[in-house]
Design a protein around this ligand. Structure first.
Ligand code: ATP
Ligand code: MG
Length: 342
């Protein structure tokens, strides 16, 4: 069960301010993450949702300073972890932060595990990177970690290779690796997408358990709003590299405001419907090169679009305390202007 502590009164551990991350395409830089700001409080689980290509992974790679060198870069903005500016750290300093303070679980576990080394070797390496620990102690700790993430017969699995494990087991190993150094923030990028439904539920349950036991915050990236409803305190809805709506999970589900969020909600399969009638959102997220420069980036797909949406760029404004919406329909100055015009 989610525990709603009073997050309001706590200082954030992560503060992201006006972050822009870009890729170079045909000699020009294009923002894949565009001016996003948000906070993560201790023990808070933040869901990041949005369709494929809306910038969820680029955002998380930016936080970890793992954008592909030469092709991608942080162009602007600040990332502060416990008050420390991560965007100013060099590679050596950032290496100390990765794994120890902030850890990440990637979408496809097979690409993050090295096929030529045993599970035990790879987990021990994660420990040796940050702690002065003997080989024997590391092995003991690895077995304990495997046990903690629900792997049966950990003393056997420790000497096995990644290909000997099922997808669900490999994802558990990735989680063990991520929590090995007890990070205060875990970024989980679609941690269950590659898994079947039953295993998905088990992994999410495990993440929640570890979150409570380790007092860890989680940024959970997913395109599954059902998962968000189950696991998150706060939700960020991304579209075309921007945050278009942000609210606590109850407000977002009870009172979604942005037309994009409304459509995402309609695309959640419902248990009470006999046939799965999934409303899909017509069209696709614009590619980086075809991103509209002014106006709302969702305009071409929005059922509520007005002429002005093409020319006036909406701002993320609070429509009620803690509920931000980036849509002209909810913009106070625009509403007033509209009233004046009438
Ligand atoms: N290495 C890269 N070079 C150029 N463009 C990239 C690169 N990686 C991502 N992009 C572009 O950045 C945008 C955001 O991509 P991103 O991978 O963050 O989407 P996502 O929300 O994680 O999608 P998914 O749900 O499919 O994982 C997309 O337009 C994508 O094509
Ligand atoms: Mg992604």
């Amino acid at each position: 069960m989610k525990n709603f502590t009073d997050f309001q009164s706590q200082l954030p551990i992560l503060e992201v301010d006006r972050l822009e991350a870009a890729f170079e395409i045909d000699g020009e830089w294009h923002n894949a993450v565009d001016n996003i700001s948000f906070h993560v409080k201790p023990k808070q689980v933040i869901g990041v949702v949005g369709e494929s290509g809306c910038g969820k992974s680029v955002m998380s790679l930016s936080l970890m300073q793992l954008l592909p060198k030469g092709i991608g870069k942080i162009r602007n903005g600040e990332i502060k972890f416990n008050g420390r500016h991560l965007e100013k750290l060099n590679e050596k300093e950032m290496n100390k932060v990765r794994g120890k303070d902030i850890a990440m679980i990637f979408q496809e576990p097979m690409t993050s595990l090295n096929p030529v080394f045993t599970i035990g070797f790879q987990l021990a390496e994660a420990l040796h990177n940050h702690f002065d620990i003997s080989k024997q102690d590391a092995r003991r700790k690895v077995i304990h970690l495997l046990d903690r993430v629900g792997i049966s017969r950990p003393e056997k699995v420790v000497d096995e290779y990644p290909h000997q494990l099922s997808g669900g087991m490999r994802q558990r190993v990735m989680i063990a690796m991520a929590i090995a150094c007890e990070p205060k923030l875990l970024i989980a990028d679609e941690p269950t997408t590659a898994l079947d439904v039953t295993v998905q539920a088990q992994i999410l349950e495990l993440l929640q358990e570890l979150q409570t036991a380790n007092d860890m915050s989680i940024i959970l990236i997913t395109h599954d709003l059902g998962v968000v409803a189950e696991t998150c305190h706060e939700v960020i809805v991304m579209y075309a590299g921007e945050i278009v709506e942000q609210a606590d999970v109850i407000t977002l589900f009870e009172c979604p405001k942005h037309p994009y969020t409304e459509l995402l909600m309609k695309s959640i399969p419902r248990m009470d419907q006999e046939e799965e009638v999934l409303a899909s959102i017509k069209g696709i997220v614009p590619s980086l090169k075809n991103m509209p420069r002014t106006g709302c980036k969702f305009v071409d797909r929005c059922p509520k679009a007005m002429e002005e949406c093409r020319t006036i760029t909406p701002q993320l404004e609070e429509s009620s305390p803690g509920h931000g919406v980036k849509c002209l329909l909810y913009e106070s100055s625009w509403e007033q202007e509209g009233m004046k015009a009438k």
